[in-house]
Design a protein around this ligand. Structure first.
Ligand code: MIC
Ligand code: SF4
Length: 648
């Protein structure tokens, strides 16, 4: 068996480990963060669940920490009191980014982790099967229920060679994104192996696993080896170590060989993480310099905010000044990382160079401040550069390694650094201080503990049982690669509304079609037409709950991204797929779509006949759903389905 099969078979509850089959797996650990966590806990409560039944569940606050008004603080208090009541560990604001913290303090080789954030696979860097999902799936897992997924193909990426000095894990994953694109990982798990792994630390592996999400992959898995043990020792957790490797005769669907020696510094140009070229090609055309003038550099995010990442940047910034036209902002991934660089003097290197130090959290990555200037160029060590995500629609975001970011901050132009001096800075051990983790007071208050719901915590919409026929009008037609940031944007103005769906709904699709929210609300029932990879990006189930609130009954797309498709099903919105992609051309906004006997058609088959009444044309649509998912759709969402099953 390969590593993924070993872990999955030890956790298998239903189904067979055959690509394309639906499997149910036991989840050992869960994580939630604040911007998806409020919903996850409201759903946990609404499902009538009483106690967390996993080995470990952690509730982080890392996304929305601005507290410019009461909303965020209301959310934080709700999350803390809910975690306390239900039995989850609460990580206070300021402690750090969920993925960095989870890797440091809780990840364990051989275990499964489900998180309400798309970058949960980061912990795959430590030999876990770690998957991102919507809040409702995580709520079910917290309650001890299985997590269902379609068994992916397992692809083996084999590393040979060794990275050259000043080339890093970020360059490797950008290289893979160039190779495979943002849909190259859909329906796949990437399992890494090979001699080259020896030169990659756990946090390097975390960087690669983290951006597997940008490939659209279900997750990425690394072996657990001596580098894993080294990391766990640094964290005072060697007792959590078990070795884990693929059997010699393990079988994979595909093998991709990559020689690390050949990788050079890479950059993802605006506005997609797979728009990748070598930094030298971005900077030079032949020998002529193209000079990309940069206004902002940001180092941090769950991709690149580890101790080593920051130390690489510190090495380059030592005795240097940030270019006068550049604002350099640094957000350490965790309190542990921040205190380590405070203790060894690197923090002073940053301050002396002229960097701005932000709180340990997601910060600019999700548009919580540091929006670049109009038409600004921002060079970031982050994982997503979708248009407008940084808060400035006209800005261009470039994704790079910490090394390239630091060189760019000094030069004022996109640039990288290559010399033969290898960078080595590893800590024997971190000073562990878990003071910002609050353990639930299970023994005393537990059951009676009060959950505090301030005025920002509103009811969330629940779907309705599907009618016999569906008559609905097209309220939006999109192109390919629509992200959840398009559907429900984030940022400082909108993250405070994550627990307030009615308010949030006013902003749905606002950067794509400002009239959409009104049009959808005015129409009794709506359908959205999408292109390829519809709903890529984040795990936010708001991208389904908000359309549900606006009366959306179905999305008909050429293909869907995994997490969003599940979120649609869980809310009761039908994810139809065009049986013939060319039919996409013949549907327009305001067309009336009629599907007669939809319940019967769904129950009896996977091909459904729809009529475009406006165009007087038949459209055949597919429903690629398991029996379990069909039942959820017929019931009008997972919540109704769970209740129906309980009654029966
Ligand atoms: C993101 O990077 O887009 C987020 C914000 O972390 C999301 C979660 C969210 O929308 O709250 C994600 O990646 O799942
Ligand atoms: Fe936070 Fe950005 Fe990572 Fe999402 S991608 S979890 S916003 S740091």
């Amino acid at each position: 068996m390969n590593i993924t099969e070993k872990i999955l078979s030890a956790h298998l509850i239903s189904g067979k480990l055959m690509a394309g089959e639906e499997i149910g797996i036991k989840i050992d650990q869960t994580l939630t963060q604040d911007s998806t966590g409020t919903m996850a806990y409201l759903e946990f409560e609404a499902m009538g669940l009483k106690k967390v039944c996993t080995e470990l569940s952690v509730s982080y606050v890392d996304h929305n920490m601005l507290q410019q008004s009461y909303e965020n603080a209301d959310d934080h208090r709700f999350i803390q009191t809910a975690a306390n009541k239900f039995g989850a560990i609460f990580s206070k604001p300021g402690n750090g980014i969920c993925h960095q913290l989870h890797l440091e303090r809780f990840a364990r080789p051989g275990k499964t982790l489900l998180g309400s954030d798309s970058h949960t696979p980061t912990c795959g860097g430590l030999g876990m099967v770690a998957i991102g999902a919507g809040g409702m799936d995580v709520a079910v897992a917290m309650g001890g229920g299985p997590y269902y997924l379609t068994m992916p193909d397992i692809i083996n990426i084999r590393f040979s060679g060794k990275l050259r000095p000043w080339v890093s894990a970020k360059d490797v994953i950008l290289y893979i994104l160039k190779l495979l694109t943002v849909k190259g990982g859909v329906g796949k798990i990437f399992e890494y192996s090979g001699e080259g792994l020896k030169s990659l630390s756990v946090t390097d592996r975390g960087t690669i696993a983290n951006m597997g999400a940008e490939l659209g992959a279900t997750t990425s898995v690394f072996p657990s080896d001596e580098r894993t043990l080294e990391f766990l020792k640094q964290q005072g957790r060697e007792k959590d170590y078990i070795p884990l490797e693929a059997d010699k005769d393990a079988v994979y669907s595909e093998i991709i060989n990559i020689d690390l020696e050949l990788i050079e510094p890479m950059v993802a140009l605006p506005h997609s993480p797979d728009n990748v070229i070598a930094v030298k090609d971005a900077v030079y055309a032949g020998t002529a310099k193209k000079e990309i003038k940069v206004h902002q550099v940001a180092i941090g995010s769950c991709t690149n905010s580890s101790y080593t990442d920051l130390m690489k940047a510190a090495r380059l910034l030592e005795n240097k000044r940030v270019h006068p036209d550049v604002s350099l902002v640094i957000s350490p991934g965790s309190k542990q990382v921040l205190s380590a660089i405070a203790r060894n003097g690197a923090l002073n290197i940053f301050l002396d160079a002229g960097a701005r130090i932000l709180e340990c959290g997601c910060g600019p990555c999700i548009g919580m401040g540091q929006a670049p200037e109009t038409k600004g160029i921002s060079v970031r060590t982050f994982n997503r550069n979708f248009e407008g995500r940084c808060g400035t629609k006209s800005a261009g975001v470039y994704l790079v390694s910490p090394e390239t970011a630091a060189c760019t901050a000094i030069d004022g132009y996109l640039n990288h650094h290559i010399d033969e001096d290898a960078f080595m800075d590893s800590l024997e051990s971190f000073q562990v201080n878990d003071s910002l983790f609050i353990y639930p007071s299970l023994n005393h208050e537990g059951e009676e503990a009060e959950i505090i719901k301030g005025p920002n915590i509103k009811e969330f919409p629940i779907g309705q049982r599907l009618d016999e026929d569906l008559e609905t009008s097209v309220v939006l037609k999109t192109g390919d690669h629509i992200t959840t940031d398009h559907i429900v944007p984030s940022g400082a103005d909108l993250l405070p509304l994550r627990s307030n769906i009615p308010e949030l709904s006013k902003h749905c699709y606002k950067n794509v079609d400002p009239e959409f929210a009104k049009r959808a609300k005015d129409s009794a029932s709506g359908i959205i037409i999408g292109g390829r990879n519809y709903g890529q990006g984040s795990s936010r189930e708001h991208a389904a709950l908000v359309p549900l609130y606006l009366g959306i009954k179905a999305v008909l797309a050429i293909s869907f991204a995994r997490i969003h498709r599940s979120n649609l099903i869980n809310t009761g919105i039908i994810p139809f797929v065009f049986a013939y992609a060319e039919d996409y051309e013949y549907i327009d906004v305001y067309d009336m779509i009629m599907i007669e006997n939809i319940r019967e058609q769904i129950t009896n088959g996977d091909l459904i006949k729809a009529i475009n009444k406006t165009k007087n044309r038949e459209v055949i649509v597919k429903l690629e759903l398991s029996q379990r998912e069909k039942a959820i759709i017929l019931a009008g969402g997972l919540l109704n389905d769970t209740k129906e099953k309980r009654i029966r």
